[in-house]
Design a binder for this molecule. Sequence first.
Ligand code: FES
Length: 113
Amino acid sequence: MATTRIPAADVPPGSVTGVGDHAVGNNGEYFAVGRRCRHLRADLAEGSIDEQGCLVCPWHAAAYDVTTGAMVRGPQGGFAKVPGLDAFYRALTRAWPLHRGGVTVDGEDLVVE
Ligand code: FES
């Protein structure tokens, strides 16, 4: 499995960045998840972290639990009005969660795999 090393300073608390196929973030703990949203494949590395530490999609604000890879809030905006859509994606990502990568701290660096 490929590993990538980046400076930990590139991922300060509350931030997300892209590392290869991963969105790597810091919600108090470092995490790495697959970076394509399960809704319409927005780049989650362009997302944000909410008050619960979830990764929020930059396009329609779906939120992911980064420990499980499951969507915990479905797409918002006009999509929030679609009956069953929120439940559908939450169920889908319980069965097909975002990939979770590994992040370890090595001195001043993060090693992402
Ligand atoms: S593409 Fe992520 S919520 Fe729509």
